[in-house]
Design a protein around this ligand. Structure first.
Ligand code: GLC
Length: 459
């Protein structure tokens, strides 16, 4: 709800008419494509702070652009309750009553290692766990409140276990942090009471300082819901300055109401304009936090389609799990992530390090690209012949991605047809054709609509 508005406003701010060209130099990252992105971003940065961040952005984000697929984890007292992470507000639960959940919160030993191993098996390259959600409970050790894991039911620092588990699997580590806080006495009145605002902003900056100081290198800071203040109220510029001071290589999102490094479409796949990084976050059912009755699970096929669609638009896919209070991942999520992982074992290189792709139109397939190579991910298999309309590049060679078996094709002005394909899809999630093109593959279906010879009525 809130973040959507935020991200639109941010986008306008970023790409608005007033954007000044600076011509600043960028640090060259691993991927030339990322460098291009960064140059565009530097020329669009408006404030000095944004310019500084933009100059290092390509280098900071190279791993993330290559990674494409991450695991989001919503874990907190709502995981014990099992009614979705908005239950405290939406069920009107009094603070004192909700706090009781903290005593019943007992993640079992090794819970985070199970998540990290699952993420690894799924082909995910990074993890982002809620350090504090809207409910206000801190999963980390803090000197600023005793409403935190070490002082309550868990009796230990869950954030530390999470960070160590992720690193043990070679995954990058991110913290989600909700600015909105339903528990802190100043969390709402800071909107109207200047003294409360001063206290609450100091508390917020203090907590962020702790998560940025006490866990070694953190790769992503994922802010969420900024209600009830604006960027000035939160002192978001100062907040990011502190974060980058403590973690010079980190990347941050846009939900503290600054543009940050990437946009955050939620439950939808919406590519940002070229030059702006984006990550689509999504649930596997309809809830972020554990909701015991929510059985509306996405299939492995849908997850693969979504991942391909994100990669096609040059974006990342941050896919959520909502463990129970003891840290167990719902079995449906495990089964799906494992199925996706098996597909990624065979097809990972068509996703990782892929670049924004200008071929986008097919109701049967999604597309990714590396250089002049196009990967056609067919989710609805047509049988013998697969046709793609409006491909404005010459196809040189084609083969089945996993078997390397050559595929015949005919290319005319308006379509290319790949022929002699098996009757049934070799891979039920998505079968991939690798197509080598003469230039960067591009598609123009409007050109087909306008130029295809037509026969007149009655002729
Ligand atoms: C929304 C929800 C929140 C969830 C987040 C994930 O902001 O309020 O519960 O954590 O989206 O993007």
């Amino acid at each position: 709800m809130f973040p959507r508005t935020i991200s639109r406003r941010d986008t306008l701010k970023l790409f608005g008419a007033g954007a000044a060209a600076t011509g600043a130099r960028v640090v060259l990252p691993k991927f030339a494509w990322a460098a291009q992105q960064s140059e565009i971003a530097v020329s669009q940065a408006q404030t000095e702070e944004e310019q500084r961040e933009a100059q290092t952005r390509a280098a900071r984000m190279a791993w993330w652009h290559a990674a494409k697929f991450g695991m989001f984890i919503h874990f907190g007292l709502y995981s014990v309750y099992g009614h979705h992470e908005w239950a405290m507000e939406e069920e009107g639960i009094p603070v004192a009553e909700y706090e009781q959940l903290a005593r019943r919160f007992h993640p079992r030993p090794g819970f985070a290692s199970q998540w990290a191993r699952l993420a690894k098996r799924a082909g995910q390259k990074y993890m982002v766990m809620t350090s504090k959600h809207h409910e206000g409970f801190c999963n980390f050790a803090t000197k600023l409140t005793n409403y935190c894991a070490p002082d309550q039911g868990p009796g230990r620092d869950l954030a530390r276990e999470y960070v160590e588990a992720a690193r043990a699997e070679g995954l990058r580590v991110g913290f989600y942090y909700s600015l909105m806080d339903w528990h802190h006495p100043d969390g709402a009145r800071c909107a109207t009471d200047p003294a409360a605002r001063e206290r609450f902003v100091a508390y917020t900056h203090g907590l962020i300082r702790e998560i940025m100081s006490n866990y070694g290198k953190i790769d992503v800071l994922w802010y969420d819901v900024a209600w009830p203040l604006d960027a000035e109220g939160w002192q978001s510029v100062k907040m990011n300055q502190m974060v980058f001071g403590l973690q010079p290589e980190i990347i941050v999102n846009n939900r503290n109401l600054l543009s940050g490094d990437f946009s955050t479409p939620e439950q939808t796949i919406e590519a940002s304009a070229a030059g702006r990084a984006w990550e689509s976050c999504m649930t596997m059912n309809d809830s972020w936090g554990y909701q015991r009755a929510d059985n509306d699970w996405k299939s492995p096929k849908t997850i693969v389609r979504n991942l391909v669609e994100c990669a096609q638009g040059g974006g990342n896919y941050l896919l959520n799990i909502g463990p129970t209070g003891d840290g167990s991942v719902p079995s449906e999520s495990i089964a799906t992530l494992e199925a996706v992982g098996r597909w990624m074992d065979d097809h990972g290189p068509t996703i990782y390090e892929s670049e924004r792709c200008k071929v986008t139109h097919s109701e049967m397939a999604g597309f990714t690209r590396k250089g002049n190579t196009l990967y056609i991910h067919v989710h609805f298999w047509p049988g013998n012949t697969l046709a793609i309309g409006g491909l404005r590049t010459k196809v040189l060679r084609a083969h089945m991605y996993t078997t390397k078996q050559p595929v015949e094709f005919n290319q005319g002005e308006f379509r290319v047809q790949f022929t002699g394909l098996p009757d049934h899809p070799p891979d039920p999630l998505a079968t991939v054709l690798e197509v080598e093109c003469e230039n960067e593959p591009a598609q123009d279906t409007l050109w087909v609509r306008e130029n295809r010879p037509r026969r007149g009525v009655g002729i």
